[in-house]
Design a protein around this ligand. Structure first.
Ligand code: NAX
Length: 328
């Protein structure tokens, strides 16, 4: 039998945690041959709820689940972590300014980054889901100087999947026949879902759609504001689809992208496409052998350029703000 992979999940008692843990334990994160040990991190008042979820996980008798540990200490929860899913975050509440939000999350992601630095396994891969995800990942990464920077990523796969679904609806082509979509920039309302390099059933997507008004006034805002639309309809924020995207993100990172396709991940910029180095920004990436590479040399047209730049400018602003707060 293979040695279990340690998967740490923060915010384990939250709604995404509830949708995520059962799929990890049933083998959807790392595959049907890889046993996992779950290490759950929660704040002290939520430990009881995390225990309850752990009881239900026990009751599933998942053959791949090698054990569950629960802690309110980052040093314990990240000990030996091979995969770290940082889901728990401080949401924006009424009257909260952006600076307050960044500061509150700095108080979470800085110590978690340090704990990853000091205790995680050498091969740790980190996915930040908790918002503001890109900048939270930047804070964690800055607190982990001994971990290679490229191991810190943030989630734009939900945006990517939303874009796939919207494009499929518009063209009538099934999602399985859509390739090379890209989400650029920040996981926020400024994100830019780009179909100019995408293919639907082998044809260029922008040419197949041939409707720039739809792109600018329907597709882009629908994808970017989908989270708000879900809250409006469901009375609660996206949970199962967010958990699904987290599974997809890590699964693709570990198992590779299909030949001729790519995915979207927010990763530390190497300066590609004019994105300032070090910003954790979403790019088109291919993955193989457990590593990702930013797709190079795509032509960025006049429609795309200002949209990418606007989202990247927002990320640069957030970086300045957390720098001013001493969080990085
Ligand atoms: P919930 O409020 O249901 O759960 C969050 C959990 O995190 C709570 O149980 C809380 O006790 C825990 N928590 C808070 N601080 C913690 C800490 N320091 N250590 C460990 N656990 C801590 O939120 P949920 O709906 O699960 O969403 C979690 C996060 O995902 C939010 O920040 C949300 O904004 C973000 N999202 C990100 C998405 C993305 O695409 N990147 C999409 C979905 C989601 O909105």
């Amino acid at each position: 039998p293979r040695t279990p992979v340690n998967v740490t999940v923060t915010g384990a008692a939250g709604q995404i945690g509830y949708a995520l843990l059962f799929r990890i334990a049933s083998g959807h994160l790392l595959g049907p041959d890889t046993p996992v040990r779950l290490r759950l991190l929660e704040i002290t008042p939520a430990l009881g709820a995390a225990e309850g979820t752990a009881m239900e996980l026990d009751d599933c008798a998942f053959p791949l689940l090698a054990g569950i540990d629960i802690s309110d200490s980052p040093d314990v929860a990240f000990d030996g972590a091979n995969v770290a899913l940082l889901v728990g975050a401080r949401p924006r509440t009424k009257g909260m300014e952006r600076g307050d939000l960044l500061e509150a999350n700095g108080g979470i992601f800085k110590p978690q980054g340090k704990a990853i630095n000091d205790h995680a396994a050498d091969d740790v891969k980190v996915l930040v889901v908790g918002n503001p995800a890109n900048t939270n990942a930047l804070i964690a990464r800055s607190a982990a100087p001994d971990v290679p920077a490229e191991r810190f990523t943030a989630m734009t796969r939900l945006d990517h999947n939303r874009a796939l679904s919207q494009l499929s609806k518009k063209t009538g082509v099934p999602v399985a026949e859509i390739r090379r979509l890209t989400i650029w920039g920040n996981h926020s309302a400024t994100q830019y879902p780009d179909i100019f390099h995408a293919e639907v059933a082998g044809k260029n997507a922008a040419e197949a759609v041939a409707d720039e008004t739809w792109l600018a006034e329907d597709f882009i805002p629908t994808v970017a504001k989908r989270g708000a639309a879900i809250i409006e309809a469901r009375g609660a924020s996206s949970a199962a689809s967010a958990a699904n995207a987290a599974i997809d993100h890590v699964h693709t990172w570990v198992n590779g992208t299909p030949e001729g396709d790519w995915t979207s991940m927010a990763v530390p910029s190497d300066g590609s496409y004019g994105v300032p180095e070090g910003l954790i920004s979403s790019f088109p990436v291919t993955t193989a052998g457990g590593e990702y590479r930013i797709v190079q040399d795509l032509a960025v047209n006049a429609f795309s350029r200002p949209r990418i730049d606007a989202s990247v400018a927002e990320l640069a602003d957030e970086r300045e703000a957390v720098r001013a707060l001493g969080l990085i």
